[in-house]
Design a protein around this ligand. Sequence first.
Ligand code: 5GP
Ligand code: ZN
Length: 117
Amino acid sequence: MAGEPQSDCLFCKIVAGEIPATVVRKTDRTLAFRDIAPKAPVHVLVIPHAHYPNAAALADAEPDIAGELLAEAGRVAADEGVEDYRLIFNTGAGAGQTVFHAHVHVLGGTSMTERMV
Ligand code: 5GP
Ligand code: ZN
């Protein structure tokens, strides 16, 4: 069934608590945790508990959760004290996606105007 956990998915394992992560926010349907290799002073990933391969697939199947993901990204930024931040959804290996479980990067805490990621 769509959205079911995948045994070979790193982020499904983080949702299940099988791999540790530094969690900063949690809802019934989303999880926000610090990126293990931060590209900015604030670098948090927000993911749905449900497994979808990318953000567009999530929005197609579960638009409510996709909206919640965005709202949570904004709350993470507020919690972290950053007013200006960048949200990134890499989609496809050629665009830099390495984990094929929908996620949004919340990047901030430094000037983002010169940066691609
Ligand atoms: P992508 O490149 O797919 O858009 O983003 C995946 C992100 O997951 C990368 O920024 C990478 O640093 C992060 N990441 C990979 N493995 C782990 C992990 O085990 N724990 C955490 N917290 N982040 C991870
Ligand atoms: Zn997954």
